[in-house]
Structure formats: structure tokens, C-alpha cells
Design a protein around this ligand. Sequence first.
Ligand SMILES: [Zn+2]
Length: 191
Amino acid sequence: MGQRLVAEGCSHYQVGPGPSWGGADKASYAAWQQKLGFSGGDADGIPGQTSWDRLQVPSPNGDNGSRASSPVPDHGITTGYHVPGSHWSLGYHTGADYAADEGTPCVAVLNGSISRADDDPSFGHYLVLRVDGSDFWYCHLSERLVGAGAGVGAGQEIGRVGQTGNATGPHLHFEKRPAGGGFGSDVSPDW
Ligand SMILES: [Zn+2]
């Protein structure tokens, strides 16, 4: 938090900022609230929801609280979207793969809800995260940690990497479709 306050030009720190809350934090936070246009009791140096959200303090895993940097934290794409290949039923890869050890956590990339939690011969154990008009498919899971209907927050662990269904090794197949879209309606898996 302190680093973000400094970056916003609201520093009242003589030293630091440090890990524990102190008077300089309060003074710096009050300066941030004033920068946002708050005054009086709304600029008392005690974080409120609006000013906190606007500050976008990174969480320890590099996320800002409303968007995870990867569906498999600390792992990048190992097979990209739309790569051609005859072993895929549509002749191309319909999502992005994140190879990782069996059991590696998979997290919600955005705040949303679980619209489906089911099994499929190809996708294995899978979950579908619905966010506004989009579905994000998490496939080949070894384990599901949430069920259909659950509300989930960005960065929340919802499943674990596996190789259930049609998979040659443990990885997350991460696919995006319009909400309710069937196989073949995939779009680039951005979020
Ligand atoms: Zn895949």
C-alpha cells in the first residue's frame, strides 16, 4: 500500500513505508483521499472501499484484487490459442494451455460465478467461470474446489491442474467463449 501511495505522490513517510500501519501511513492515506476529492471524515486516513479500490494495491501474488495475472499463478502459456494441429478436433487449439505439475492451483482470473462444474470425455473434470458476457473454461482438472453456482473472487483458488479427459500430461486448458457458447465458439482467451 505504501509503495502505491508514494507512486501517487501522497507520501508523508520520513522512512519506509514499512509493513506495519503507522501514523505516516494514515497521513499518506489521507493525502490520497484528498487527491480523490474526499474531505472531512471521508479523508481521515482510514481506508474506505472506494479509495482502496482506486489505489489498486497489488496483492503478494502480483494481482490487484480484481484480476489475476494468470489462471495458473506463476505459470505462462505453453501452447497458444489457435495453434493449428490435426490432433485437435477442429484442426486448431481452442484455448491456451498452461503446463504445470499435477495439483498446481488454478484461480479465477476475474470476479464472477461458476456456471458449470461437470465432466466431459475430452475436457475431463472442468469448471466454467462466468463473468458478464463471457465464459472461461478450466479443463482437465484433477480436482474442483467449488461447485456450480458459487460466487468467486479474482485470484481465488477454484481447482487444481490435472490431466483428466483427453490430455497427454498435466496442464490447464483455458478456453474463452461467449456466455453459454458451445464448442467451436471460442475466442482469444484474454481477460
Ligand atoms: Zn488445450
